[in-house]
Write a protein that binds this ligand. Sequence first.
Ligand code: BGC
Length: 558
Amino acid sequence: MAPSATAAVGNPYDGAAQYVNPDWHDDVLGAADVAGGALGDDMRAIANEPTYVWMDRIQAIEGIDRQHGLEWHLDEAVAQSGGSPLVFNVVIYDLPGRDCFALASNGELPATDEGLQRYKTEYIDAIAEILDRPEYDNLRIAAVIEPDSLPNLVTNISHQPCQQAAPYYREGVRYALDKLYEVGNVYSYIDAAHSGWLGWPDNAGGSAQEFASVIEGSTYGWDAVAGFVTNTANSTPLEEPFLTDPNLQVGGGQVRSANYYEWNLDFDEIDWTADLYDRMVAQGAPSRIGMLIDTSRNGWGGSERPTSVSSSSDLNTYVDESRVDRRTHRGAWCNPDGAGIGERPTASPAGHPESHLHAFVWVKPPGESDGASEDIPNDEGKGFDRMCDPTYQADKLGGAYTGALPNAPLSGWWFQDQFEMLVTNAYPAIGEGNPDPDPTDEPTDEPTDEPTDEPTDDPGTGACVAEFTVVNSWGGGFQGEVTVTGGSAGVSGWTTQFALPAGTTIGSLWNAQYSVSGSTVTASDMGWNGTLGAGQSTSFGFTANGAAPGSVAVTCAD
Ligand code: BGC
């Protein structure tokens, strides 16, 4: 009998940190250097947010040029956890005949018996074998199961490639659920698209049946399912704050009957998760199941965001002026212009009890492309989907332009322009959405020129030493780095202190938690970078205004 993972902890995100993917973190810091200025600072401020690791091909298990492999990430996750609960987030994404209704993420495995065999043995078995190693027993592993796959069987089954893929999707998903369940500490969330795809009552009812029948046809059934995930890699808003009643009459019609909603009742992801929860429980799901929402790119802030409900008496104008979703059509999925980063990853977000949320998560790492805007030859099996081409007027969008950003690289590749837009349009804005890890650390005193706690050259207790360097400087500002090195007995948790020249203030600081009192900065580890063996180093960085100081003494203590 397989161990019961989901019974151990209902919501794996509760009371746990989440894995920060160093590959994505480095991409963000690189992007921040390119962007510079205040935008660069905003990027650095989110570089430690947790994002999912995508197993998007067999080779990703071992690792490819620009991405580390699964084992490396898991070792890193164990180090980050420092023995405390940590969720390692991974996407399972390699079904035979993948992405049957689009081209940008077509996969490597054909929708054939042989493709399914390879999926089982070379992909799922290989992943399960690694996850099952005893050294990873204490991680909570959250797995997003095969984005878009079952939803395509609900709405696009008349499309030949989806028809051909259907039996392989169903058997592949069952196999994945069963094998991952046997690992014992995996929490599987089945992808349930988004409200602008499945929210119509027919589609919603059809998906609830499809999901239930796939789950019930697996060996472990509902035991192997922690819940569902919506909005993966999409930009459908969490909430439409000015369109809260789909049945409201405006200009002689219900809001849901406007062109934009086409009679769909679910305007946003809060609606869809609540709707889906009820439907799944009615299909026999246990009431403990929970929902994840990918909020990595559904923020819709920026100057185009409406700030109040429209006063128009024309229904379509009313909807178009009130909606925060600025896409011309809800089916526009590729690199949508105007989108922003959404809610930061949060466990058990408050305020939406009917949605039964386990967490807001960042499944799609912001800054990674959805697909190339023109044909780019490649060996990843990825096609050119014209939904990613800004010059294309798509039938699937009622003849509207796609609204995709130009100059986009292949899906999964870093897309600097998009990342700059996402950070600029973040909602909540960067700095407003990231709660201070310890609000009591906030300085209460007005900064004065007099340091209240003058640091000395004393290297601390000897548990660690710290050194300051200037990495970069420009007119009116600089970027500093502090390297912390474990003393002869090593250190488990460190705190550094240093004084900046009078009048210099920190713009952003990353890889440490910090507070400022007068001109004294106190910065300590983030948990995951707290443990250093003798001679082992880690570093944190910051940007500040003012002239770069020649030298700065830094104390370090455990
Ligand atoms: C791509 C993957 C990529 C993922 C995350 C998908 O659209 O097909 O290759 O890993 O996005 O960026």
